[in-house]
Design a binder for this molecule. Structure first.
Ligand code: NAD
Length: 544
């Protein structure tokens, strides 16, 4: 990537103060996620016989959270058998009956949100406000597909081969059983949120959530069953990614994968070998552009959300911030001030601005990226430290300046609360730098001139672009497709593409009166001449 920071402004700065701790909360993980809750949810795992147990810990405290039965590859086969049987009746229901289940789920989810907010926080360590984003996203998907599925899926009359004589109808058929593999970072939205359009299209689903966040998926399954989904239509299998993941792909009629680009490539190859389709929602190295005419204060607030929501463990979060040189100093000073003031904490209550990382692995990557960059000459403008005083996996939100192409943090996805600042002089320079990545997931543009913002957005090579927002405007616009270009994926969730991917198109063409072949005494020569005249006429009459 072009280094556009060589402006002599990257000298060392005084290290900012420590982020304050969020006010404590009376409710703890242990008091909310009791053994009884875990035991109830664990019954939803498809695991036969005497399954081995797998243990998870709560990132906020490092304490044991749950012991869950592990599925074997043979259990995955059982899950598919059960799902296939259940799909027959479910897929035969009128779409409106299935859509009603989604609308009931919407209401139940909003009513019982506190239960799942506790689970999401306990399993991921994120702040409650960031957990609530998942509730919003899943509710929006439920409403959208609950209302729109009948129209997305209805039969559509198409022009026939020969007007009047041929009647063509395009129909949508369920794929059958969808294999869904999901990551840990948005465990509600990326399990049930993505499964809802599959269900309403008439499919069953075998889902492998990340083990760390399986309780959230199991809770969502319970709720959807309460809303009316036949229980066997949603199977949840749990186990080691490289073992159970391929077993899920092995039997699927379609694969819906969300996770890293590295794993996504393996999943894509396996699906291709079986000639089944796959949608892949993968990683990103997303850019935010602050133009010279941006409202700096709003852009700062947007950057805080863009970079540090879910402690940056969000596929569409911003890790590269390009700021016009004329506003860069003002922006950076204010952004650093706001970042240093973020309250870190993990109580099961609102009031914390950022939670913990999810795992040692995440903390290790964040630490490595920062340490390596600093050693090579980058400056820490805010944050930069782990915060073991708050919990084993807390890390401060961090701003780096003076990052160059040689540093891993410049091009690799950190997937943590770390953002690098780059200055630019012209918009062409900013667009070129933002696009200089194999990824293409999300980007954000800040300007007071909305038309200019949209024109610039069209030049960015990403599946979504937010003008004067960080990521939520595009993600929350569930009627529009959302997904990645380049190494960020294949296919889209949301909108028409987000549901039609779970269907097969079937064309039913009915021919009347005459066949599309020589007949009624016409020899081949006359038939060809007649059809030639007919084809010319169809073009002249502007038939499509
Ligand atoms: P990951 O690829 O390590 O794991 C994702 C899922 O795949 C997990 O359930 C895992 O168990 C499973 N898995 C592992 N090996 C497998 C294999 N060989 N075959 C099949 N499945 C296998 O990703 P992660 O670290 O859990 O998640 C973080 C990544 O996900 C980041 O790169 C992030 O950007 C990306 N992500 C993308 C989106 C999106 O919508 N584009 C959303 C969330 C996360």
């Amino acid at each position: 990537m072009t280094d556009i920071t060589a402006d002599g402004q990257t000298g060392s700065r005084a290290e900012a103060g420590r982020n304050p701790a969020a006010p404590g909360a009376a409710r703890t993980v242990a008091s909310a996620i009791t053994p009884a809750v875990v035991a109830r949810l664990a019954k939803g795992v498809t695991a036969t016989g005497e399954p081995e147990l797998v243990h998870t810990t709560a990132p906020l405290t490092g304490e044991r959270l749950a012991s869950l039965p592990q599925s074997t590859p043979a259990d995955v086969e059982v899950a598919y058998q059960l799902a296939r049987r259940a799909q027959q009746a479910w897929g035969a229901l009128p779409v409106r009956r299935r859509a009603a289940v989604l609308l009931r789920f919407h209401d139940l989810l909003l009513r019982r949100q506190d239960e799942v907010l506790d689970l999401i926080q306990a399993e991921t360590g994120k702040a409650r406000l960031h957990a609530f984003e998942e509730v919003m996203a899943a509710a929006m998907a439920a409403r959208h597909y609950g209302r729109k599925a009948p129209s997305y899926l209805r039969d559509r009359r198409r022009s026939g081969a020969i007007p009047v004589l041929t009647r063509a109808v395009e129909a949508r058929r369920a794929k059958g059983v969808v294999g869904q593999i999901s990551p840990w970072n948005y465990p509600l939205e990326l399990s049930v949120g993505d499964a809802l359009p599959a269900f309403v299209a008439g499919n069953a689903v075998v889902n492998k959530p990340d083990t760390q966040t399986a309780l959230t998926a199991l809770w969502a399954r319970e709720l959807l069953i309460e809303a009316g989904l036949p229980a066997d239509c949603w199977q949840i299998v749990i186990g080691d990614g490289p073992v159970i993941g391929p077993a899920v792909v092995e039997h699927a009629d379609y694969v819906s994968f969300t996770g890293s680009t590295r794993t996504g490539r393996q999943v894509a190859q396996q699906a291709a070998g079986r000639l089944v389709g796959a949608s892949l929602e993968l990683g990103g190295k997303n850019a935010m552009l602050v133009l010279a005419d941006a409202d700096v204060e709003k852009a700062v607030e947007g950057a805080v959300r863009a970079c540090f929501s879910s402690a940056g463990q969000l596929c569409i979060s911003i890790e590269r911030l390009f700021v016009h040189r004329s506003v860069a100093d003002r922006f950076l000073a204010r952004f650093a001030e706001r970042t240093c003031a973020l309250r870190l904490g993990g109580g099961l209550a609102y009031g914390s601005d950022m939670g913990s990382l999810v795992s040692e692995r995440q903390l290790e990557t964040v630490t490595r990226h920062i340490e390596e960059a600093v050693k090579a000459g980058a400056t820490v403008v805010a944050g930069g430290r782990a915060r073991p005083d708050l919990g084993p996996l807390f890390h401060e939100p961090t701003i780096l300046d003076g990052v160059t192409d040689a540093m891993a943090v410049c091009a690799e996805e950190t997937f943590g609360p770390v953002v690098s600042i780059y200055r630019f002089d012209t918009e062409d320079q900013a667009v070129a730098a933002a696009n200089a990545t194999p990824y293409g997931l999300n980007s954000s543009v800040w300007t007071k001139d909305l038309r200019r913002g949209r024109a610039l957005a069209a030049r960015l090579h990403t599946g979504t672009v937010n003008v004067n927002e960080a990521y939520a405007a595009a993600y929350g616009s569930v009627a529009s497709p959302m997904g990645g270009m380049g190494d960020s994926g294949l296919g889209r969730r949301h909108g028409a593409e987000g549901i039609l991917r779970y269907t097969e198109a079937q064309t039913i063409a009915t021919q009347t009166v005459l066949p599309l072949a020589p007949s009624m005494g016409l020899d081949d020569v006359r038939f060809a001449a007649l059809m030639t005249t007919g084809l010319k006429a169809m073009k002249a009459f502007r038939l499509k």
